[in-house]
Design a protein around this ligand. Structure first.
Ligand SMILES: CC(C)(COP(=O)(O)OP(=O)(O)OC[C@H]1O[C@@H](n2cnc3c(N)ncnc32)[C@H](O)[C@@H]1OP(=O)(O)O)[C@@H](O)C(=O)NCCC(=O)NCCS
Length: 146
């Protein structure tokens, strides 16, 4: 298994993986939306692939100059429990540290609370905050999504 930076030609395969893993997608995850993300910090969007080149894991990290953020971490359901999620997060953490990032944040959908145990094993602590959001462009599709 190799971990490398994502490239836009892999969009369809990664979206299929995210869907299979139950990740909630939004209008920011279209090719145009992902292209905008790649213009900022392409090295923080990682994929894990088999020796044959099949994508079996992905995580979209970002750095806003103050905090690192983790989005859409997913491992193919057939490959879960084999340390892939841990390895993707470790690689992302190293890359964020290399950019001077001190702290990483992430959000978990309330119906996916079980995954908290996974993040705790990676050293994350839970904090009680109220999440608020506002879309500032007109919606063409569902407005759901972090
Ligand atoms: C969460 C996810 C990325 C973890 O990836 P993974 O490759 O299966 O995890 P690992 O094999 O690296 O697991 C590391 C440890 O976390 C535990 N763990 C993994 N997924 C877990 C889960 N959903 N709930 C509780 N514990 C979990 C493992 O049992 C393992 O524990 P151990 O070290 O004691 O054996 C993967 O299960 C997944 O894609 N889930 C669906 C999508 C999702 O919920 N993403 C997170 C969005 S916030």
């Amino acid at each position: 298994m190799n971990i490398r930076s994502f490239s836009l030609e892999q969009w369809e395969e990664v979206v299929t993986l995210w869907r299979r893993a139950g990740i909630q997608l939004s209008r920011s995850d279209t090719p145009a939306g992902i292209q905008k993300k790649l213009e900022r910090d392409p090295q923080l969007f990682l994929i894990a692939e088999t020796e044959e080149g099949r994508i079996i894991g992905a995580v979209m990290g970002s750095y806003d100059g103050r905090r690192g953020w983790i989005n859409h971490l997913a491992v193919d359901p057939d490959c879960q429990g084999q340390d892939l999620g841990t390895r993707l997060l470790q690689e992302l953490e190293q890359r964020l540290a290399g950019l001077g990032c001190d702290k990483i944040n992430l959000l978990i959908e309330p119906e996916n609370g079980v995954v908290q145990a996974f993040y705790e094993k990676q050293g994350f602590n839970r904090d009680e905050l109220i999440f608020m959001e506002k879309w500032i462009t007109p919606a063409q599709t569902s407005a759901k999504g972090v």
